[in-house]
Design a protein. Structure first.
Length: 86
């Protein structure tokens, strides 16, 4: 009974990208700047604040956002460079 119900449905085809997605050219620098700023805030017992480069406004940065930045850098093979630069 189950095979008859699914046999009438159309199959979904997922096509691959024509070219793989690319990282922005400043991906490493932007994330490194945010991580260094966060480290400075922690060392000086200040709130974790990052300045918004577009409007100049400051916003609070969550620990999870910082963790994801490090994770993304490591996934994209920037881990050794990050270790040296921080």
């Amino acid at each position: 009974a189950k095979s008859n119900a699914t046999a009438g449905r159309n199959a979904i085809t997922i096509k691959p990208y024509e070219r793989p997605p690319e990282l922005p050219p400043d991906f490493y620098d932007v994330n490194l700047r945010a991580l260094k700023r966060a480290a400075w805030c922690v060392l000086h017992k200040r709130p974790l604040v990052a300045s918004d480069e577009e409007g100049g406004k400051a916003r609070l940065v969550g620990r999870e956002e910082l963790y994801r930045s490090v994770e993304n850098l490591c996934v994209h093979k920037f881990g050794p460079k990050l270790y040296v630069d921080v």
